[in-house]
Ligand binder design. Sequence first.
Ligand SMILES: *Cc1c(COP(=O)(O)O)cnc(C)c1O
Ligand SMILES: [Zn+2]
Length: 409
Amino acid sequence: MFVKGLRCRECGRAYPKEPIFVCEWCFGPLEVDYDYEAIKRNFNRNELEKRPPTLWRYRELLPIDGEPSFGLTSGYTPFIEAKNLAEALGIKRCYIKDDSVNHPTLSFKDRVVAVALTKAKEFGFKTVACASTGNLANAVASHSRKGFDCYVFIPADLEPSKIISSSIYGVNVVAVEGNYDEVNRLCAEIAMRYRWAFVNVNLRPYYAEGSKTYGFEIAEQLGFRLPKHIVIPAASGSLVTKIYKGFKEFYELGLVKEFNTRFHIAQAEGCAPIVHAFREGSNIIKPVKPKTIAKSIAIGNPADGVYALEVVRKTGGVAEAVTDEEIIEGIKLLAETEGIFTETAGGVTVSVTKKLIQRGIIPKDEEVVVCITGNGLKTQEVVANSLRNLIKVKPTLEDFKKKIKAGGE
Ligand SMILES: *Cc1c(COP(=O)(O)O)cnc(C)c1O
Ligand SMILES: [Zn+2]
């Protein structure tokens, strides 16, 4: 509706609205360019407050031309003031943006897929596909089951629940013997030969815009203001850059008055290429070979890593990593304090937040938004061995009394 076209992030060259993603001149990534003056005339707080609670309430700021056709129930997930977690972390205020219950596939990937598939339909594609660390495959499989032929590509060693949560929709699940970066390279080659819509390859400029809605919702649910700190898990780094873009758009449209949020990036120590570059004060992201339980964010060669790093540096944030043990502790801490069961990526975010508060980078009298992006039911095996043992009893009162010494009788 309000899309002017695509534009190269590096050299600024303009391109038409087509399923393309790299600049022919400098190989920079292409980004969607909007007519903000026209948006300003059509989109405001009063109008917004009348709309249904889905991510399509921000449609003027999304790159579609017609009506939305996918993800009609996605987005507008809970935003919670996490008082118990704040107390445990020793901070004044802590909020959770909870995409572990996004509809229908329990991760923030329902957002990007809603936009990408609507766009794939507008472009007239018959087949959709993706290169995924798990959650994206689940979302593409679910949303596309009617309307497209579908192929999702995943590393063969993913968690069983993530594989089943794609296969259940009856689509083609291709398990590649390699890590995500190898899956991605294969998909880039296929995308050059086949006229398929790879949501995160040739449709990437459109797909990535869907992540902005996670940021828009935070701003809206905070009462049309932006937080002081935000901690975001990074795989390719796209979500980080798009929450930033979303906040900036709300600021420039006058929907929020101030924008001085500090952006912090969370990664797993076993796959932390962005954190390494941050620690070294370098602008070059050196690819790594992932080795972590946080498979959903295990991207060794992050496509948007440099841009995510730029967001961190210019907002006065930091990039930090935690070990696999700390990830498990983070998952358990969130469950025990707030009753939310998140996956490994959420464990990374919680534990990095804890570290940043302990180190005084997030001062105790400030507020932080913790981004919970996926659901713990998909990565149960990582915590299975660190839980309290079951109390087994025979179905008799006598045995119950013997095994359980509790007050109340
Ligand atoms: C994909 C994913 C991310 C990060 O995605 P990027 O935009 O590639 O950085 C974070 N959390 C979960 C649970 C994901 O599935
Ligand atoms: Zn360019």
